[in-house]
Design a binder for this molecule. Structure first.
Ligand code: AHR
Length: 600
């Protein structure tokens, strides 16, 4: 028997409950959200091949003696001994597992080049179909004699069948030496932002109705060693001034997608950043000693907050304005570190947290501070929120759905900054979606204590995965939502502002529910999750709700293993219908339902 009294509010739903969390993992940005389509555009690895057409003669090597900026002091040196208009030589870029060709589209590119010739060197840029050799778009960049210069170029496609089996060639028709660095190419981006984001992925995130973005990680914040931390200062300003750094997820990050790009992303989705500042702990278990050694990092965190939220009269606010965004970004939460429960030095995190917290509170008393582990600190340094992380199998997730039901209501607030039910790969299967939906019923029921929650990781390039079970999958051309993705879209879209009184008696195994009410639109959002292989018959008693027809959103599959994939992106999709609400109500096996019922 499930009884819901919509007239009795238990507590408000946290207005920021659902949000996003990503980092540079699984080619989330490079080869993912960051729309730049050339692979390894600062020549730090593979993705570039030598082109020698016909009898052309040429060699290529990394030149460590010259580059366009102190941040990028090396370059790709192309030495052409023989070439002609019929037999060109140059470089080819294979993208990140392909380069997307879209019909009737304008691509914007940028490159730095230098030549040893005394006259202009025409550099031909072509988007070419791998299979047919057809040129899909082409232009010429005239490289002037002299030193390093920046060039912009454009490619325009016409009618074509969209594909990712393409590459871009940069070729010359005469002998001489050409140095290249920082070569980028962007198809149209979300909101037409320069240096912007992939449209399909932004649209998928917008459909999740998020309220915040936790950034920049995850392990990506910390880095493997103390040298590899996310130093945001090296990720801002012109791309040519960003040196890049190794991501702990084992590939190079150019930092073309830097701190301001994270902020633009928030702005485009109309959400707030939850800004994680580096707190002096590296994944290889090294720590910066609290006290004098930690001071520069504390100062860097204060500066970072100023870059994000300070006005233009401040040093770093002015720097942000110079970078193109005078308006400060909204900010409520600052997180200090990531998963510092892995730090085994006794008392280290408490001392590090305290040093950051005191400095942050002194300068910015308005922000709420998030700790990543329990800390013992002075009263004025106490965190406002604790970040809890959960990665579980479906069975283990079902077991912890009621984890926060008995949490003290006057204790510290909780941010579930990373959570996921994990069994599918590269993206969650339907069993995971059931685990996730069950877990979300607990998040909603306890959303007086849990102020925010974000699934992790969010993104995976299906060809470049480091971490299995990621919410949204994609290749160079297309993307798809996992069953868990659709469960999250539904849960976030149909969420009220009040949790209402409810009770269940005699529920079968693996049955979960949540009941929230939208006060203004007068709707009860009843979420029902049946993760068992048997239908669940309910005796439904809805007080204050209107009898009759309700809207039903249903996600169903025949097994836990059923899933979506890059080749079958829509195998499992929400189905919208109407349902007559009667006292006898049945939830089919393996089903997630959201029933929107009008109130009296
Ligand atoms: O989400 C993947 C990783 O899991 C994060 O980088 C880290 O914080 C956690 O251990």
């Amino acid at each position: 028997k499930l009884e819901i009294d919509t007239t009795k509010a238990v507590h408000p739903v946290s207005p920021m409950l659902y949000g996003l969390m990503t980092e540079e993992i699984n080619h989330s940005y490079e080869g993912g959200l960051y729309a730049q389509v050339l692979g390894n555009h600062t020549f730090r690895g593979a993705n570039w091949e030598l082109v020698r057409n016909g009898n052309a003669k040429a060699e290529v090597e990394i030149d460590k003696t010259t580059g366009p900026s102190p941040a990028l002091p090396t370059s790709e040196k192309l030495s052409v001994k023989q070439a002609s208009p019929a037999n060109e030589a140059g470089l080819s870029n294979t993208g990140n597992w392909g380069i997307p060709a879209y019909a009737h589209s304008l691509y914007h590119g940028e490159l730095y080049a230098k030549t040893d010739l005394d006259s202009t060197l025409p550099l031909r840029v072509q988007l070419i179909d791998d299979d047919t050799g057809a040129v899909l778009a082409s232009t010429t960049v005239n490289v002037s004699p002299g030193g390093w210069q920046r060039y912009e170029y454009k490619l325009t496609t016409s009618n074509l069948v969209p594909s990712s089996t393409n590459h871009v060639e940069f070729t010359v028709a005469r002998s001489g030496t050409l140095w290249l660095q920082m070569v980028t190419l962007f198809p149209p981006t979300y909101n037409n932002r320069p240096n912007g984001n992939r449209i399909d992925l932004m649209e998928k995130m917008a459909a999740m109705h998020p309220h915040f973005l936790r950034l920049p990680g995850g392990n990506y914040l910390e880095g493997d060693t103390l040298n590899d931390w996310y130093d945001w200062r090296k990720t801002i300003g012109p791309l040519v001034d960003r040196p890049g750094h190794p991501s702990p997820w084992r590939y190079w990050s150019t930092d073309g997608f830097g701190l301001l790009e994270f902020m633009d992303w928030c702005e485009d989705l109309h959400i707030e950043p939850v800004l994680a500042v580096y707190a002096g702990y590296a994944l290889q278990h090294q720590v910066v000693q609290p006290g004098k050694d930690l001071e520069p990092y504390v100062q860097t965190a204060l500066d970072e907050v100023e870059y994000v939220a300070g006005d233009v009269s401040t040093k770093w606010g002015a720097e942000r304005a110079k970078d193109g965004h005078p308006k400060p970004f909204p900010l409520t939460y600052i997180e200090i570190g990531n998963e510092d429960f892995f730090d085994k030095v006794p008392g280290s995190y408490s001392a590090r947290f305290e040093q950051f917290a005191l400095a942050l509170r002194k300068k910015y008393p308005q922000y709420k501070l998030i700790a990543t582990n329990k800390v013992t600190v002075s009263r004025s340094a106490e965190p406002d929120v604790l970040d809890d992380h959960y990665y579980k199998s479906p069975a283990a997730m079902f077991d912890i759905v009621h984890q926060y039901d008995d949490a003290p209501r006057n204790g510290m607030k909780i941010f579930v900054g990373e959570w996921a039910t994990r069994s599918g790969s590269p993206t969650p299967d339907f069993g995971d979606a059931l685990g996730d939906a069950a877990w979300m019923t607990g998040l909603e029921r306890n959303s007086d204590v849990i102020v925010m929650a974000s699934y992790a990781p969010l993104l995976v390039n299906v060809h470049g995965m480091q971490w299995s079970t990621d919410l949204i999958g994609y290749d160079a051309l297309q993307s798809y939502g996992s069953p868990s993705y659709y469960a999250q879209c539904l849960f976030a879209e149909h969420l009220g502002d009040q949790v209402v009184n409810s009770s269940i008696d005699g529920a079968a195994d693996k049955f979960f529910y949540s009941a929230t009410v939208s006060t203004e639109s007068k709707i009860l959002h009843l979420k029902l999750v049946n993760a068992s292989n048997l239908q669940q018959d309910l005796d439904l008693n809805l007080l204050g709700a209107r009898a009759g027809v309700a809207k039903l959103y249903s996600l169903h599959a025949g097994s836990y293993q059923a899933t979506n994939s890059i080749t079958k992106p829509e195998a499992i999709m929400p189905v919208e219908s109407t349902v007559k609400i009667t006292r006898q109500y049945t939830v089919p096996a393996y089903t997630i339902q959201i029933v929107d019922i009008p109130l009296k």
